[in-house]
Design a protein around this ligand. Structure first.
Ligand code: ADP
Length: 244
């Protein structure tokens, strides 16, 4: 994954510059050739396709460089409420009812609020995409005692934030690929397949992880686990000292 990250960052950088030039030239021509209908039509197609590549390249960069989280005490319910507010219109348009189930006295976690927001935004937008006919999204935040999947024999307290939807669910054969970079079932141009792999990277950098449960066609539940007692460094994790 580290080599893939470096390759992605290198590629994104090399592709980014010429892409900007092509996009810029297409925009200039669009402005100049106002009375040339055929040229306008073709230039608009070029512009749209450039935007599409730019989005993928940006995603590759995000994937390649999940920056070190800048940790501070974070009240997770506040971040969740902010994300729900940000997506208010999309929920309304898609006829998705949102239900929050979280106690206000959840302890704060050591986290990077911006990165958590990115993770929750991704989970919520995936849920919206999975419910084209509308439905319900339930966001549950609670503390749990779990064994860290990467640390054999460890047991610790984690804040678990689950996004449960009533959407189309995930086919059994896709469950294992869900967090892989570039895995997407969305139409060309709609998904890059990087959202969940970036989200997983963020959870891991925080000393946590993510999991998924889905009974195909009966909705999906994606959960982020964040350690309650600061971040376990990789060395700590390997030594199994996460258990507290
Ligand atoms: P993208 O959204 O660009 O496809 P993601 O990494 O965010 O990339 O998601 C990868 C794939 O996981 C999606 O294409 C979709 O098939 C599946 N997926 C993610 N969340 C859900 C969900 N809530 N319900 C059903 N499928 C989901």
């Amino acid at each position: 994954l580290a080599s893939l990250g470096r390759l992605a960052a290198g590629l994104a950088h090399e592709i980014g510059t010429p892409l900007n030039v092509i996009g810029g030239r297409a925009e200039t021509l669009l402005r100049k050739l106002t009375d040339h209908e055929v040229a306008q039509k073709n230039l608009r197609i070029i512009s749209t396709q450039i935007d599409r590549i730019t989005r993928i390249v940006r995603g590759m960069l995000d994937f390649a460089r999940v920056p070190e989280p800048r940790l501070a005490p974070v009240a997770v319910p506040e971040v969740i409420r902010r994300v729900v507010e940000l997506l208010e219109h999309r929920f309304e348009q898609s006829r998705v009812r949102v239900e929050l189930a979280m106690s206000e006295d959840l302890p704060e976690v050591q986290a990077d609020a911006g990165q958590l927001e990115q993770v929750f935004l991704n989970l919520a937008t995936n849920a919206i995409d999975a419910m084209p006919q509308g439905g319900a999204l339930r966001i549950v935040a609670r503390t749990v005692i779990r064994s860290h999947p990467d640390v054999a024999g460890s047991v610790g307290s984690f804040l678990a934030v689950a996004f449960e939807d009533t959407g189309q669910g995930i086919a059994r054969e896709n469950i294992d690929k869900l967090f892989d970079p570039f895995f997407t079932t969305k139409d060309v141009g709609k998904g890059t397949g990087l959202g969940l792999s970036i989200a997983y990277g963020i959870a891991r950098e925080h000393g946590g992880w993510m999991d998924v449960e889905s009974q195909s066609t009966r909705g999906a539940c994606l959960t982020v686990y964040l350690p309650m007692k600061g971040v376990a460094s990789r060395a700590d994790s390997q030594a199994g000292r996460l258990a507290s």
